[in-house]
Design a binder for this molecule. Sequence first.
Ligand SMILES: Cc1cc2nc3c(=O)[nH]c(=O)nc-3n(C[C@H](O)[C@H](O)[C@H](O)COP(=O)(O)OP(=O)(O)OC[C@H]3O[C@@H](n4cnc5c(N)ncnc54)[C@H](O)[C@@H]3O)c2cc1C
Length: 291
Amino acid sequence: MIPAQFDYVRPGTLDETLRILKDREGEAKLLSGGYSLIPLIKLRLAQPALLVDLRDITGLDGISETDDELRIGARATHRQVHDDAIVQDHYPALIDLTGVIGDPQVRNWGTIGGSVAHADPASDWPAMLLAVNATIVCRGQSGERLIKSRDFFLDTFETAIEPTEVLTEIRIRARPKGAGGAYTKLERKVGDFATVGSAVIVQLAPDGRIDSAGVGLTAVAETPFAATDAEEILKGEQPSEELFRRAGDAAGAQARPAGDVRGPIEYKRAMAAEMTVRSLRSAVARALSYT
Ligand SMILES: Cc1cc2nc3c(=O)[nH]c(=O)nc-3n(C[C@H](O)[C@H](O)[C@H](O)COP(=O)(O)OP(=O)(O)OC[C@H]3O[C@@H](n4cnc5c(N)ncnc54)[C@H](O)[C@@H]3O)c2cc1C
C-alpha cells in the first residue's frame, strides 16, 4: 500500500519536539517504533500531515530503578525491557509480557511508549500497567504531567495524552518483598495479538494473606481495564485454588468482550477467568519466593 504524502522531521531535543507539536497542532503525529503507526498510514487509516520522529532524542529509552520506582523510558523497545538486568532480576511479570508481544521483529522495534500511547484494546502493556497502578509521565510545553494508569486508557485507541504532549516515561512501584506478578496471554498462534491477556500483581502480608492485588485484562473490552471485582475478592484473603477461581470468575464476569474471529463472547469470558487463575497461581508463587 502506498501512503498519502506527509512531511517528516527528526528533532534533536524534546523541547524542539514540543514546539513542533504546538505549532502543528492537529496535523502532527509522533513516530516511535512505527510498528503501529506505519501500517495505519500505509492503509490510509491515518493521514498525518507531519511525522515527528523521536529517534534522535536522547534520554528517552533508559531503564533505571530508584528506591521507590522502576522507570522505563518511552522509547525503550519491548526487547530492551526484556533484556534489562534489573527487570531480569526482579520483575518476572515484565519478562512474561515482553516475551509474548508479537514476534522478534515487533519486539526489536516496538516501544513501550508507542504501545501505551496507541492504546490498542488488545495490546499487552496496558493490562500490566493497570495491574501495577503505574504512573505515565507526559511532557508538554508547560511541564510534566503524571497520569495514573487507571485514568489513562479512556476508550478504544483513546488516552489521556494531549496532542501537544509527549509520553516520556512509565513509572512502576519498585517491587517490595512479598510481592509477585505474572502475565498470561492466550493467543491463537505464536506472534498473534491476545485473545485474552491477564496481568496480576499481589502483595502478601507476613501471615501469607493477600494484602493487595492488581488485576488488568486486555482484549476483552473496548479498552484494557482493571478487574476491580476480582481485586476486591482477593484482598485480605489467604491464597487458595478456590479463591483464585472465584476471583477469576469475577474477572470474566466484568469483561465485555466482542465475539470475533478469536472466539464468541462466552468463550472469551471463560478464558479471561482461566488466564486470571493462571496468573494468580504464578504471581502468588513468585511472591512467596521473594522474601
Ligand atoms: C505484526 C505485528 C504484531 C504485533 N503484535 C502485538 C502484540 O502481540 N501485542 C502488542 O501489545 N502489540 C503488538 N503489536 C504492536 C507493537 O507492540 C507496537 O510496537 C506498538 O503497539 C506501538 O509501538 P511503536 O513504538 O511501534 O509506536 P508507533 O507505531 O511509532 O506509534 C504508535 C502511536 O503512538 C504514538 N506515540 C508513539 N510514541 C509516543 C510518545 N512517546 N508520546 C506520545 N505518543 C506517542 C504515535 O503518534 C502513534 O499514534 C504488533 C505490531 C505488529 C506490526
